[in-house]
Design a binder for this molecule. Structure first.
Ligand SMILES: Cc1cc2nc3c(=O)[nH]c(=O)nc-3n(C[C@H](O)[C@H](O)[C@H](O)COP(=O)(O)OP(=O)(O)OC[C@H]3O[C@@H](n4cnc5c(N)ncnc54)[C@H](O)[C@@H]3O)c2cc1C
Length: 486
């Protein structure tokens, strides 16, 4: 009798991990996720939706153009072409899973517009509850799939390598139990790093732990300096450094006519870009940041939506009301916040990291599809398209044999920072590595963290890598803005 084949292990229950797992059928997949039903993923928080050139007069070439323009042409144009061309099929697959996107009175898909897009091309569900609807549909499908074993409440802590190739994963659960799963193939789909910043829209678990795990295993990093800051998070308690997300005030509101103002009621974006309030995110985020740095408030006026608020933007509406703001009659106080990491583990378009058996996909990875700045609503799409592509490869390729030679080595990111050190680190990074950077602050923060190498745990070491990348890129590009740049 032959030994049972080790499963493909997918770490992460967001859009990227689920897309890999579903497409890998009939390969047996073990999917590990820290939370239940993907509730702790960034995917579940997404509001705006998914970009796809499916509207009248739109085409993938136009989507490619907008993606490259937002990304400052730092993108891999072949990856961008693939993303845009595969978008309509990704939407059709979701519809086949039963995801009901919002439609207008004539039954046509209602397409939204966000910053950097020159066409209405964002499909959404439940108004601004797109991510929750998407994640629910994918988890439903994963629970029904015979080839997927789901293990929730499990955290991947370390990778076992043999002769430099993947040989297993060490897991732990909330009760402190741990286990080893033998496998020659692991996909990291662990999301981003936003929770390392004092102001962030990301869930608390988006702390870069998968990125640190991959780096410890010998994978290369790419473009770590490129962090996207969302211009409009709800300005309530920012700067606390407690790792809890600020509610997002979706860009789709500006697509629906909302406008940014300063304390005096002057339009913030007037004359700064032909697309004004829908200019690329980095410019809008820096303008809001500068306004706040000048000691003024930045405000989003979306009162014109009036009674349509609860039905069109129920998530933002509820968040505003919870903080005593009625957005139908009052302007919304906003702040920029860390939102998305364009950088990550360097991969090719097939998610390969260079470590045999180790793949990465979604926000933890950098296949250069987003370049120096992600176009709005392209990241759920990235998870869907490149996750599906990777899953199909696992389905079609032979199973990688377990590495037979070499010494076994455990690779993990090491001890984590305590709560107090994390709060300090988040503030340090927000100030030095935020929307506006300069060499002096970057270098001083790096020196400070290097001098206290153990005090900030693996998060501190990851931060040092990001600061070094930002120092090295002396000029401004995309979301990386150096006020002292060339
Ligand atoms: C508030 C908000 C709104 C957004 N809106 C949009 C939008 O409208 N459109 C768009 O395209 N993008 C949007 N984005 C970005 C997008 O949601 C993310 O980039 C995308 O969902 C990332 O997907 P992912 O699968 O890579 O990671 P995630 O969805 O974050 O999933 C990561 C998963 O990995 C798990 N995990 C992490 N580490 C471990 C570990 N060690 N062991 C086990 N499990 C682990 C987590 O628990 C989680 O389940 C938004 C992001 C935020 C925060």
């Amino acid at each position: 009798m032959s030994a049972p084949r080790p499963p493909l292990v997918v770490v992460g229950g967001g859009v990227a991990g689920l897309s890999v797992a579903l497409a890998a059928a009939p390969r047996p997949v073990l999917l590990l996720a820290r939370g239940r039903d993907g509730g702790d993923s960034a995917s579940a928080l997404a509001q705006g939706g998914i970009a796809a050139a499916i509207g009248p007069g739109d085409c993938p070439t136009a989507h490619v153009h907008d993606t490259l323009e937002a990304g400052a042409c730092h993108n891999d144009s072949t990856a961008v072409q693939y993303l845009a061309e595969q978008a309509p099929a990704a939407i059709a697959r979701l519809q086949a899973l039963g995801l009901a996107f919002d439609r207008d009175d004539d039954g046509r898909l209602r397409l939204g517009r966000e910053g950097g897009h020159h066409a209405d091309r964002i499909v959404h569900a439940g108004g601004d509850a797109s991510g929750a609807a998407l994640v629910a549909a994918l988890w439903r499908a994963a629970r029904a799939a015979g080839h997927i074993e789901l293990r929730e409440g499990q955290q991947a802590l370390a990778l076992l390598l043999r002769g430099g190739a993947v040989a297993g994963v060490c897991l732990s659960d909330a009760q402190g139990g741990s286990a080893l799963v033998e496998t020659a193939e692991v996909v990291l789909a662990t999301g981003g790093i936003g929770a390392l910043f004092a102001a962030s829209t990301n869930p608390a678990g988006a702390d870069g732990n998968g990125l640190a795990l991959g780096l410890a295993a010998g994978a290369q990093a790419r473009d770590l300096e490129f962090v996207q800051f969302h211009p409009t998070a709800l300005a309530v308690g920012e700067g606390r450094g407690d790792g809890q997300p600020l509610p997002l005030v979706t860009e789709a509101l500006r697509g629906a006519g909302a406008r940014l103002y300063d304390d005096q009621g002057r339009p913030l974006m007037a004359g700064l870009h032909p697309l004004a309030d829908l200019a690329p995110r980095d410019l809008v985020a820096r303008t809001v940041w500068q306004t706040v740095q000048n000691g003024e408030g930045a405000w989003l006026d979306a009162t014109a939506l009036g009674e349509a608020w609860p039905s069109r933007f129920p998530t933002v509406h509820a968040a505003c009301l919870a903080h005593g703001i009625d957005p139908a009659t009052q302007r919304i106080p906003v702040t920029p916040a860390a939102h998305f990491h364009m950088g990550g583990l360097a991969t090719d378009r097939d998610g390969r990291t260079g470590v045999r058996g180790l793949h990465a996909v979604g926000e933890v990875a950098c296949n250069r599809v987003h370049g120096a700045n992600r176009l709005a609503s392209n990241s759920l799409l990235e998870g869907l398209v490149f996750g599906h592509r990777l899953g199909r490869q696992f389905a079609e390729a032979g199973v990688l044999p377990m590495p037979a030679r070499g010494t076994h080595v455990w690779t993990g990111s090491g001890p984590a920072a305590g709560a107090e050190a994390m709060a300090r680190l988040r503030l340090l990074l927000w100030n030095a590595l935020g929307p506006v950077r300069d060499g002096t602050a970057l270098a001083a923060t790096r020196r400070m963290l290097e001098a206290d190498a153990d005090g900030h745990g693996w998060q501190g070491r990851l931060a040092v890598r990001m600061l070094a990348a930002a120092l090295e890129r002396r000029g401004s590009l995309g979301a990386h803005y150096r006020s002292d740049g060339r």
